[in-house]
Unconditional design. Structure first.
Length: 377
């Protein structure tokens, strides 16, 4: 490529500060260093975690940054020492790396890689180094990925190669939301055939959890949301019962207990609200119920009565659906291509990068499931 080894000037949406619209800017993207890959981003989804950083995290240290972590693209050039990737490869940037060598990568039951940005910098949701500058200032790479940009640079341990015929404007959803919710059900909860499940929050993450419960053979799936507009989509993904907690005078956990003879076998919280996390736990049946935290929040402590766990329930969390990223995402792409999992059904809007603030507003107001930003051809 003519651009290899040179600084690329390109468009990106920069988050200069919290609680403010993103600003379209020309940024400079440095060439990839040792072990790094520069990627031309083709498409990206907008996930609630981008909104969390911008509006909810109460964090001022993680700015200025380029947000976006649900993208897919094509390799533009590779740095020294990169042998597994070449220009033109279709790839998915990953917010969880898989170095394959650390204690965590070698342990079969976790997908947390010790060389990820998050192992040291969870507070700012970015590594302190970046290949981006704008107006003379370094710009952070949110979650290591920064897909709201025409180009990004990633370490090869956080990039996975996918098949050549995969549609990038769909499989980008496997970089976060769909893999997260689906894996939370099939891996972390390990939903069993015939079981009764409840999914709280029906954004893309929750709908993917519904799809996971269905594919794992659940016999009944309660879809719980305060926005009833989401119920129609939940049905498409396999939900069988629909509950709006606001329609009842009593706690939702009591409502579900009555409907299920004592509580659900599995519950998944896909909202990011500590009160809902508690409700999801309390909605599980005593003895064996499993409740999984998927929604993202780190600003508040949560609470629960110890008896909830003493009585035999399990409370656990799930990051990126428990999938070891580099090896599992290409398999999820195969699952989409063979029809085992849905992706198209999550997409409600498509727009260019310039409209990113509209996409953010659609999520804020609950009008979209996923907006795809089409960044390059
Ligand atoms: P979204 O905003 O599209 O969906 C959230 C849904 O929750 C909406 O439908 C909303 O109406 C519903 N909701 C809000 N308050 C509720 C309540 N009190 N009870 C029931 N439903 C309620 O968001 P999303 O992109 O689907 O993401 C969902 C959550 O998952 C976010 O917190 C996000 O940060 C998190 N997330 C976690 C991971 C992970 O690895 N654990 C990865 C991606 C996203
Ligand atoms: Zn996300």
């Amino acid at each position: 490529m003519a651009t290899a080894g040179k600084v690329i000037k390109c468009k990106a949406a920069v988050a200069w500060k919290p609680n403010a619209p993103l600003v379209m800017e020309e940024i400079e993207v440095a060439p990839p260093q040792e072990g790094e890959i520069r990627i031309k981003v083709i498409a990206t989804g907008v996930c609630h975690t981008d909104l969390y950083h911008l509006f909810e995290s109460q964090q001022i240290k993680g700015f200025p940054a380029v947000l976006g972590h649900e993208g897919a693209g094509v390799v533009e050039s590779v740095g020294p020492g990169v042998t597994d990737f070449k220009p033109g490869d279709k790839v998915i940037p990953l917010f969880i790396s898989q170095c394959g060598e650390c204690r965590f990568c070698k342990y079969p039951k976790t997908n947390l890689c010790d060389r990820n940005w998050s192992s040291k910098h969870y507070d700012v949701m970015s590594d302190s180094t970046s290949r981006f500058t704008c107006r003379g200032q370094p710009i952070l790479q949110f979650m290591g990925t920064s897909t709201f940009s025409e180009y990004t640079v990633m370490n090869q341990i956080a990039v996975t190669k996918i098949r050549d015929d995969a549609p990038l404007d769909r499989v980008c959803l496997l970089a976060c939301g769909v893999a997260t919710g689906y894996g939370a059900a099939v891996n972390t909860a390990a939903v069993t055939p015939g079981s009764v499940c409840a999914v709280f929050g029906l954004g893309a993450v929750g709908l993917a959890a519904v799809m996971g419960c269905k594919n794992a053979g659940a016999s009944r799936i309660f879809a719980v949301d305060i926005n009833e507009e989401k119920f129609k989509k939940a049905k498409v993904f396999g939900a069988t019962d629909f509950v709006n907690p606001k329609s009842y005078d009593k706690p939702i956990s009591e409502v579900l207990a009555e409907m299920t003879n004592g509580g659900v076998d599995f519950s998944l919280e896909c909202v990011g609200n500590t009160e809902v996390m508690r409700s999801a736990l309390e909605s599980c049946v005593k003895g064996w119920g499993v409740s999984v935290l998927v929604g993202w929040t780190d600003v508040k402590d949560f609470s629960a009565r110890p008896i909830q766990l003493i009585s035999g329930k399990t409370w656990k969390g799930s990051l990126f659906g428990g999938f070891k990223s580099k090896e599992c995402v290409p398999k999820l792409v195969e699952d989409y291509m063979s029809g085992k999992i849905m992706l198209d059904e999550f997409i409600t809007h498509n727009m260019p990068l310039e409209k990113v603030n509209d996409a953010i507003n659609l999520m804020k107001t609950g009008e979209c499931i996923r907006t795809i930003l089409n960044i390059s051809k």
